[in-house]
Write a protein that binds this ligand. Sequence first.
Ligand code: NDP
Length: 479
Amino acid sequence: MNIKNYINGEFKNPILDNWIDNYNPSNGIIYGQIPDSTKEDVENAYSAAKSAFSSWSQTTLEERSRILIKISELLEANLQRFAEAESKDNGKPVSLAKAVDIPRAASNFRFFGNAITQFASESHESVGQQAVNYTLRQPIGVVGCISPWNLPLYLFTWKIAPALAAGNCVVAKPSEVTPMTAYLLGEICNEAGLPKGVLNIVHGLGGSTGQAIVEHPNIKAISFTGGTATGAHIAKVAAPMFKKLSLELGGKNPNIIFADCDYEDMLNTTVRSSFANQGQICLCGSRIFVEQSIYDKFKSDFVNKVKALKVGHPSQKDTNIGALVSKPHLEKVKEYIQIAKDENGTILCGGNEVTITNYENGYYLEPTVIEVQNDNCRVNQEEIFGPVVTIMPFSNEDQVLQMANKVKYGLSATLWTNDLKRTMRMSNQLQAGIVWVNTWMMRDLRTPFGGVKASGVGREGGFEALRFFTEAKNVCIKY
Ligand code: NDP
């Protein structure tokens, strides 16, 4: 199946007619092609967005909200189709796409459709000076949204929905590795009555299509989720043009387990926080630190549970771990398992590729648990972004806090304890944008989402996202 660009409400081939193969990770087969778009395609998308802006930015909040909620409803009505498309493109179990990815994409549109009707700005009376100030929150104009392959439609819409709600027009690019649901979204937008040109989706490679969006002098803001190195590059390109930037980047998140936790809950959640989506979630707790007194018990129970996870074809109902997203990514994750061995890490389980009958060329890997002796080793410091976690014991709060913070990343942290004072102390000191206590990946879309250090700049979610996608203008009136 050939995917097309979605520009000005129409599906278009790339101008130069160049195409990229699209692989199905579950069997390694090329099942379609996507546009290898150039600067010229991005320019067309920009022109369509620019033409649509004056009308969209003046469309009432009720009308914008109505259209976004309609998109949300249509996504829900097409749940099965979208979930199957996401799974085929990404390798994740259909059950996961159906339970998480697509419902969350629908929630993103519904949430920001509602949020924009509640978004308000401040006014300040300058007492004694006979003046009043009020703040306008105006849409920026044409903005760029660039998203990664791990949660394709989920993260794509997490950017697009607030951008549109705030009155901007968008030029967006999904990852070239997982373009399918973004393509299908175009159809839904037309059906929902989104005016032509308000959203434009251009497919292609990061280094050319993505780069053209970032380089475009009149695309005034970039919301990017992806790797830290790409984020640093984007920041460099965008800085001389003074673009607004929101960067959601990599993570190497600690999962800290104290002996006083609710053990069963912790154990079950830790299996999920380690291996959900084949470990390809920026929020996965990939470094597990366990208090010494329960370390041996945890190690044995955890490894037994992980060994019981079924690696299988994404369409099978009992599959827990589907395929990794691509062959190069599988190779990268395997390299890290070799690095762990070279660094004297102990592979407690997993570590090998899995061959699934009838799908022998798919990209399957066993969930892997590595016991490390030293938290400075590479597998404990570098983002692997696959079904691989490290475990090691700790003896006290200060020591684990120091190890937790001793990485370049700072996206999320998970803490398992029933001690309130410890919870408060640790949450204050963990270097992370999000701290989960006795849970993982519990999301309330009103909360600020993002990381510190090499995990990014800026916050998405709730009114933070609407603030990012608007410019604040102060009007001061003397009376
Ligand atoms: P990449 O950084 O490789 O790519 C992200 C997106 O940027 C893709 O659409 C990519 O296109 C595009 N891109 C690549 N180069 C450029 C460029 N020069 N200019 C503009 N766009 C470009 O990340 P991955 O797709 O590999 O995603 C995995 C990474 O994303 C991990 O590091 C993960 O931690 C991070 N991530 C962070 C999250 C967060 O919220 N903090 C959430 C989810 C993931 P293409 O794919 O076509 O090359």
